[in-house]
Ligand binder design. Structure first.
Ligand code: GUN
Length: 293
């Protein structure tokens, strides 16, 4: 079993980005600038956004964090988005999800200009990605593809099972894995909450990507010997032995599944770190105008 080390791999991706940023700056180009909008004070979102800001510093980007009260109205948030769309110094920005219930996420996603949507959530970017056209690819699926690439994992003609059909992870992941490409070309099955007998599908998976957000859902009996297992889950579970009062669990019961795998991502230290590195990569693409000319 080989551990797909998100810490090491994301550090490599970020080091590559830093080299590009240094080159850009040395040739008189502008410093890439990412902005993040955080509405309210959800604990997990605070952690993710802090990690994004920290990564900006590591790769030499400018970053701006805009904090808004949980009581912010949709109109107030849309106004901030319009301002960021028009700010020529900002190469890309994200609005951290989830948003408070009274704000419509679809309206917010659609308000971000596609060429600044480094999260890849706008319908234009999702559509372009689906058609295999240049686009910002949603950071978690993009991070997983980069992980497969860095470990040179053979995906050609393999059966890839994706558990989860969210707009952010499951759906784009299933599309990417079914497309033509060196780290794609899979036959893909998408399982979701209405799938009957999920284990009957997962047991035939050469590559199993789990993104349903249920701690330790995948057990050893659901996994084929030699499978590649990618765990996207990050759930906080109460753990009184920890100072924070919680432990982070993936969607896979790691201790019993890992011995059966050829490769597996740990949680934490796997996909989550690749997500942040991919956001940095999308922001660099934006600063260099590589997706939208
Ligand atoms: N919430 C969970 N994952 C993400 C992400 O990749 N981007 C944003 N904006 N919010 C998230």
């Amino acid at each position: 079993m080989i551990l797909l080390d998100g810490k090491k791999t994301s550090a490599e991706v970020k080091a590559e980005i830093k080299i590009e940023v240094d080159k850009l700056k040395a040739s008189g180009g502008k410093t890439p600038h990412l902005a993040a909008v955080l509405v309210g004070n959800d604990g997990a979102s605070e952690t993710y956004v802090a990690s994004k800001v920290r990564s900006c510093e590591e790769v030499g980007f400018k970053s701006t964090l805009i904090r808004m009260e949980a009581s912010t109205t949709e109109e107030q948030l849309l106004e901030i988005i319009h301002g960021l769309n028009e700010d020529t110094d900002i190469d890309g920005f994200i609005v951290q999800l989830p948003l408070p219930k009274h704000i419509n996420e679809e309206n917010v996603t659609k308000a971000i200009l596609p060429n600044k949507d480094v999260d890849g959530f706008h319908p234009v970017n999702v559509g372009r990605m689906s058609l295999g056209q240049p686009s910002y690819i949603s950071a978690t699926p993009y991070g997983i593809v980069q992980m497969l690439e860095k470990y040179n994992i053979d995906t050609q003609g393999k059966h890839c099972v994706v558990i989860g059909r969210s707009n952010i992870v499951g759906r784009p992941m299933s599309i990417l894995m079914s497309q033509a490409g060196k780290f794609a070309n899979c036959t893909v099955t998408v399982c979701h909450s209405k799938t009957k007998d999920i284990a009957s599908f997962t047991r035939s998976a050469d590559i199993l990507i789990v993104a349903l957000g249920k701690a330790e859902f995948v057990t050893a009996d659901m996994v084929k010997e030699g499978a590649v297992v990618i765990d996207v889950g990050i759930t906080r579970v109460v753990d009184t032995t920890k100072k924070s009062g919680f432990a982070i669990k993936g969607d896979v019961k790691f201790d019993e599944v890992a011995p059966k795998c050829s490769y597996i991502t740990p949680v934490p230290g796997g996909v989550g770190l690749m997500t942040v590195a991919s956001l940095m990569k999308n922001t660099l693409f934006s600063a260099k105008k590589e997706i939208y000319k």
